[in-house]
Design a protein around this ligand. Structure first.
Ligand SMILES: Nc1ncnc2c1ncn2[C@@H]1O[C@H](COP(=O)(O)OP(=O)(O)OP(=O)(O)O)[C@@H](O)[C@H]1O
Ligand SMILES: CC(=O)N[C@H]1[C@@H]2OC[C@@H](O2)[C@@H](O)[C@@H]1O[C@H](C)C(=O)O
Length: 365
């Protein structure tokens, strides 16, 4: 087979937990050949993070979009992170074909055909002197797709040589799955992942998250409450479907009536029940689940998932992937696909009416 030369891409994303900017490198032909490189997280300055979190508390602001000042600072933070990454790993700029700038999602309302990621492409391209692709989700949302999740095609490339069907579960702020069985790729957001538990633990203990899932492990879940939480209409909606970070907060308010350990255990059980519920939306039971995102470090999530699913459930490191940087690599990979005119999403991953191209290119000079 003729070898298509691999492109070198750098991806940058700040996820829904807004803790910092993940940057990683990937070499790829834009199809199934992917060679992930190193990655590093560059934390936001505390004031910038606080401002972003404030914005989320009043998300209607994001919809009206008077965000130019904040967007400039978020973009510069991404530019500085990419430059630091190149320095830290001694990567010659001349080797990098393109930078995929996902940026920071602040408001995602596909039903209004609206999604907003802070991340100014031209500003970043000028600042780092490299070509930048951004606005990955916009064409999909404009065409009536969910605009998320976008990692599935990258998951498919990573999983190409694994026994299938296999399920990749990302436990970030929100949970999302990719079911892969040859050319069948089905994806959707499953429900809450760490966002509910993070906010609960912050309120109760003043800590940013439940380290190792220890608080959740120390209590017993309120099974009746978990069953009630699972009656949310989102779970019966057919896939594909997507969520905003805070979509379950009001719904899960009853958890506030529980003690610290019991409340954390109940939220962990709810997260796991919602992830397992994904089985209703895929054609065959996966042989194995591979878990990525920060939630894979929550031992309570992992234990409950294995008990519930009855098939191997492993962190993605078990197959040699780096669960901290799959999303950053994904947007480097999608930048290469964007340049090649290949689709970034499929009807079975976002519900768009056809395979959708996307992304906008901003030249360095
Ligand atoms: N050691 C740990 N123990 C338990 N949970 C952890 C640990 N480290 C990280 N997490 C959880 O992972 C979350 C962050 O996950 P991740 O970085 O994958 O999210 P994100 O990329 O911001 O979100 P999304 O994928 O929704 O955009 C933290 O908020 C925390 O809840
Ligand atoms: C709109 C948006 O930024 N969504 C994120 C979020 O975080 C996890 C989940 O919700 C997923 O749908 C998505 O991110 C990953 C990178 C994705 O698009 O696959």
């Amino acid at each position: 087979m003729p070898q298509v030369p691999l492109k070198t891409a750098v991806g940058a994303i700040s996820g829904t937990s807004m803790d910092g900017i993940d940057v990683s490198l990937v070499e790829t032909d834009g199809d199934l050949a992917v060679r992930p490189g190193p990655g590093r997280t560059y934390p936001y300055a505390p004031e910038l993070r606080a401002e972003l979190l404030d914005l989320l508390r009043d998300p209607a602001i994001a919809e009206t979009d008077p965000l130019a000042g904040l967007e400039a600072r978020v973009s510069d933070a991404h530019a500085d992170a990419v430059l630091a990454f190149l320095r830290d790993f001694a990567i010659d700029k001349a080797r990098v074909d393109v930078v995929g700038l996902h940026g920071q999602t602040v408001w995602h309302r596909p039903e209004k055909r609206f999604t907003r990621q802070l991340g100014d492409g031209p500003r970043m391209a000028r600042r780092i002197g490299l070509d930048v692709v951004n606005r990955f989700r916009h064409a999909d949302v404009a065409a009536g797709g969910e605009g998320a999740p976008f990692a599935p095609l990258y998951h498919r490339a990573l999983a190409a040589t694994l026994p299938q069907p296999v399920m990749v579960l990302n436990l970030g702020g929100v949970g999302n799955v990719t079911y892969i069985d040859g050319d069948t790729v089905i994806a959707f957001d499953t429900g809450p992942a760490s966002a509910l538990l993070d906010d609960f633990v912050l309120k109760r203990l003043g800590k940013p998250f439940d380290e190792g899932g220890r608080l959740a492990a120390s209590g017993a879940p309120d099974a009746a409450m978990v069953a009630r939480l699972m009656r949310h209409p989102y779970f019966d909606r057919p896939a594909p479907k997507s969520l905003d970070r805070n979509d379950f907060h009001a719904w899960a308010e009853a958890v506030q009536s529980l003690g610290d350990a019991e409340g954390a255990a109940t939220l962990a059980a709810f997260t796991v029940a919602s992830a397992a519920d994904a089985l209703r939306h895929v054609p065959r039971a996966p042989l194995r689940w591979l878990v990525t995102g920060g939630g894979r470090l929550n031992a309570t999530f992992m234990r409950l998932l294995a008990e519930r699913l009855g098939v191997p459930v492993d962190p993605v490191e078990a197959v040699g992937w780096n669960g901290d940087f799959i999303e950053a690599q994904c947007f480097g990979y999608l930048a290469v696909r964007s340049l090649a005119g290949l689709p970034l999403s499929l009807p079975t991953t976002t519900g768009a009416p056809k395979p959708m191209r996307g992304g906008e290119l901003w030249k360095a000079a």
